[in-house]
Design a protein around this ligand. Structure first.
Ligand code: GAP
Length: 462
């Protein structure tokens, strides 16, 4: 069997994602809306299982982590306190020849200069000046640019504003984690955790990205899965190292290959951070890029919210009061979804030229866990298959199909990553067993109907 793993382009994966119901462009029938995507019938299942796997790891498997789901709309002062109103921007410059706009931090990166997207306008202009001779306009190839100017990324809403000025807008969240800082005191007062402890949340973020690009990689609406881990100052470095390793281990656990994962440390840190690393994945066509940021945010966030709200956010540690330091991990769900899809996709050619596309997702993440097929549409086989569907569907997401040859049904199930196909045949009537066919090995075995739930559960275990 020949497997063309290395040759898949991201274009092939994007086309596959649409064809098979994983991801659609938002507002497709109107020509699409840039930077926004919808998850289709298969996509929403993979996304939900990805979230479940993360939640299980960071909330259920830990004694000192707590979950949260905060409102998207927040008091306008939140975004002033966080620094987003004044400083959440992309550094843009314009080509003086053809007026094309470039993102200066990204262009610097291409010539080997790492510039954290949150550094100041003055700092980025210094780097831009020092390396300008190496940067060329992507359109006209000239290199006469204006200075870099900060372009604010927050998306404004008119929630609760019935004037035409909208002078004090309620913003959509620029990052999901702010909801955790706002609820830190509520969690302390209601659940009484002892430091160190973590709060985990999955939430949407919106950014007015100048150039959304690379499919799910850089969008204007996306979801983040965040942990904010509250520690005593002085104990942050050790906690940071441990969390970094735990996060990398989880990526391997969900099935991404080690050789496609790496850490990258930020060189130019945002002023309040004491350390920052990215976990990067090696995407087809795009190469290595960030899927998760791990930041030591010191006491910046709680100090800012204490200052702007006037509420004491210190922690009382047996009489010793301090503002905890925060270790943050922030994962982009769309990016990890794309990493999973890219790493699982394979096109195989068998001897004789037959082909199949198969999504080798970890079984617990597969959109459909099992597909149930009666061999024919008659002789009582669909009735037996219906009963199996009824039983399995209260445990797993299963599908049912009775049209086409079993071989074709296998191929369709392989394409969306279904790990088990269950065929009801004439022998089933006598022996009360079905044929279970495995997606990856294509091996088949007979399993008793009343053992199917246990059998599948065993194979889904991490
Ligand atoms: N609270 C910290 C924070 O928001 P970030 O590095 O800006 O940090 C964290 O974002 C993660 O969110 C990134 O690692 C990335 O996976 C994801 N992300 C950021 N911007 C994104 C965008 N425009 N589209 C899709 N995902 C994005």
């Amino acid at each position: 069997m020949d497997t063309h793993r290395e040759s898949y382009s991201m274009d092939e994966i994007i086309a596959f994602a649409k064809e098979k119901g994983f991801v659609f462009q938002s507002s497709d029938i109107y020509g699409g809306l840039a930077g926004a995507y919808d998850f289709g019938p298969q996509g929403v299942e993979l996304l939900n299982k990805l979230k479940k796997s993360w939640w299980q790891e960071v909330v259920y498997r830990k004694k000192n982590y707590y979950g949260l789901d905060s409102a998207m709309f927040k008091h306008p002062k939140v975004w002033e306190a966080s620094g987003h109103v004044s400083g959440f921007s992309d550094p843009m410059a314009e080509c003086r020849e053809c007026n094309t706009r470039i993102r200066v931090d990204k262009e610097l990166e291409k010539v080997g200069v790492s510039a954290d997207e949150k550094i100041s306008e003055a700092e980025i202009n210094e780097l831009f000046a020092a390396h300008r001779d190496k940067i060329h306009c992507p359109k006209c190839k000239g290199n006469d640019f204006t200075e870099a100017k900060a372009f604010n990324l927050l998306v404004r809403s008119n929630l609760g504003d019935f004037t035409s000025q909208n002078s004090n807008p309620v913003y959509l969240p620029g990052e999901a984690c702010q909801g955790i800082y706002l609820n830190y005191k509520n969690v302390l007062d209601s659940v009484h955790p002892k430091i160190p402890f973590g709060i985990a949340q999955i939430g949407k973020a919106f950014r007015n990205e100048i150039s959304p690009r690379n499919f799910l990689f850089r969008t204007r609406e996306f979801e983040q899965a965040d942990i904010q881990y509250f520690v005593k100052p002085g104990e942050n470095t050790e906690a940071f190292e441990k969390i970094k390793e735990e996060r990398m281990a989880w990526y391997k656990k969900i099935g991404l290959r080690e050789e496609n994962l790496r850490f990258k440390q930020h060189e130019n840190l945002v002023f309040y951070a004491s350390d920052a690393w990215d976990i990067e994945y090696n995407f087809p066509s795009y190469g290595f890029d960030e899927v998760e940021g791990i930041h030591d945010r010191t006491d910046y966030d709680l100090t800012q919210h204490q200052k702007f709200s006037g509420v004491d956010l210190s922690y009382n540690d047996n009489g010793e009061k301090y503002i905890p330091y925060i270790i943050e991990t922030s994962m982009g769900l769309g990016r990890v979804f794309l990493a999973l899809l890219s790493s699982a996709y394979e096109r195989e050619t068998f001897e004789g030229g037959d082909e199949r596309r198969v999504l080798r997702l970890k079984p617990s993440l597969a959109p459909i866990t099992a597909a149930i097929f009666p061999l024919t549409k008659k002789d009582g086989l669909p009735e037996i298959a219906d009963d199996i569907f009824a039983e399995l569907s209260s445990h797993f997401h299963v599908s049912y199909s009775e049209s086409g040859s079993v071989g074709k049904r296998y191929r369709k199930a392989d394409e969306v990553g279904t790990p088990f196909c269950i065929t009801v045949d004439y022998d089933t009537k006598d022996d009360k067993k079905v044929t279970v066919r495995h997606r990856d090995s294509m091996q088949q075995e007979r399993v008793a109907i009343d053992e199917l739930v246990d059998y599948i559960t065993r194979h889904l275990k991490d």
